[in-house]
Write a protein that binds this ligand. Structure first.
Ligand SMILES: Nc1ncnc2c1ncn2[C@@H]1O[C@H](COP(=O)(O)OP(=O)(O)OP(=O)(O)O)[C@@H](O)[C@H]1O
Ligand SMILES: [Mg+2]
Length: 266
């Protein structure tokens, strides 16, 4: 079967934080285009993997970037030994065969690329393949989902209003301390007490956001620190290499954060 490689065989671990699972199920039932909003490393990708598994749909993920063209999404003619043959791009595959298509970091794509999704995200649910002179009617199970990190936009890099307004949004953030600790313990293998300590360290970095740090430490970074600790690396060292060093190059901010880490561990 087409897209078999995109099926998710086992349940991806996802710890619900608020009502997002039920919200997404309702959105999928309505085949509503969805936007997952939130800072880096807070669980958006894991969530969509979990939802695709839960809904029994294949998941086609596209990492968007500046040089991406509409052809990279919809497909192109390629020269084969037998002549030129059309190859569906990932979006077209998802549209034809009823997958969830996840366009990760959609703002990275140029606006003239993103407009190809417009006819798919209104009542028409069609994808025009101009080069092939074909109109693909979306499979009834198809859904379009994008991720969007509200922190990083500049005027030059933002979604067109007419793109934004085609989506309903679910907001993600770092969960409550107890829930985040549960996630960190599960994903890294550290004991509950260590996970809770890592989450307290994250809180101190999140307070530095806007005061030298562009973003606080993400759940993903805490899992990195936890994995190193679970391998036997001393917790302070694990925090230094997984949290402090990657997050800033500013020596003063680094010192402030290091001091907060040491104080929390002592
Ligand atoms: N609610 C959650 N349940 C289970 N795991 C989670 C949850 N939130 C975060 N994680 C963990 O954090 C890691 C990072 O999350 P993920 O890759 O989904 O972030 P993201 O929001 O997609 O980030 P980015 O915007 O950088 O792509 C995951 O691999 C997972 O281990
Ligand atoms: Mg992601």
């Amino acid at each position: 079967m087409a897209l078999d490689a995109h099926r998710i065989p086992e349940e991806p671990y996802y710890r619900p934080v608020a009502g997002e699972v039920a919200l997404f199920e309702a959105a999928y039932a309505a085949r509503m285009p969805m936007m997952l909003k939130g800072p880096t490393g807070c669980g958006k990708t894991r969530f969509i993997e979990h939802m695709a598994w839960r809904l029994g749909r294949p998941l086609v993920t596209v990492a968007c970037h500046e040089d991406m063209t509409a052809s990279d999404l919809v497909g192109r003619f390629l020269l084969d030994p037998g002549g030129t043959v059309w190859h569906d791009g990932p979006l077209t595959q998802a549209v034809r065969h009823g997958a969830i298509c996840y366009l990760d970091e959609i703002v990275e794509a140029r606006q003239d690329t993103t407009v190809v999704i417009h006819p798919l995200t209104d009542a028409r649910r069609i994808l025009p393949l101009e080069k092939r002179n074909e109109l693909v009617q979306a499979h009834p199970d198809f859904q379009l989902v994008i991720s969007y990190n509200p922190g990083y936009q500049s005027v030059l890099k933002d979604l067109k209003e007419s793109t934004k307004q085609r989506f309903a949004a679910i907001e993600f953030g770092y969960p409550d301390a107890a829930v985040e600790a549960e996630i960190v313990a599960h994903e890294s293998g550290v004991a509950a007490g260590t996970a809770a300590l890592l989450v307290r360290i994250a809180a101190s970095s999140r307070n530095l956001k806007g005061h030298g740090l562009q973003e606080g430490v993400s759940t993903r970074m805490l899992i990195h620190a936890g994995r190193l600790a679970a391998q036997g690396i001393a917790l302070e060292t694990a925090c230094r290499i997984a949290l402090v060093l990657p997050i800033t190059d500013d020596a003063d901010v680094r010192d402030a954060f290091s001091a907060a880490v040491s104080a929390a561990i002592a």
